[in-house]
Design a binder for this molecule. Structure first.
Ligand code: SF4
Ligand code: SF4
Length: 62
């Protein structure tokens, strides 16, 4: 079972909290937006969802 990580770029304010919070470095910043560049590495812990204050991130069972 894997996970599908998505960032709503329209909501993302580029704070970088998800980049700092993810234990397996799924995220990287591109043009002041967070991109789930290594989404296949996601552990499903939901930490990024909790730290994103604008609700831009979804982590769902894939
Ligand atoms: S925590 Fe949310 S708003 Fe901040 S960079 Fe990540 S996706 Fe964007
Ligand atoms: S759910 Fe956990 S492992 Fe997956 S992207 Fe978010 S912080 Fe990283």
């Amino acid at each position: 079972m894997g996970y599908l990580v998505t960032v709503n770029s329209g909501k993302c304010i580029g704070c970088g909290e998800c980049v700092d919070a993810c234990p397996v470095e799924v995220y990287e910043m591109q043009d002041s937006k967070s991109i789930p560049a290594k989404g296949d590495d996601c552990l499903g812990c939901q930490t990024c969802v909790e730290v994103c204050e604008v609700g831009a991130i979804s982590v769902d069972d894939a």
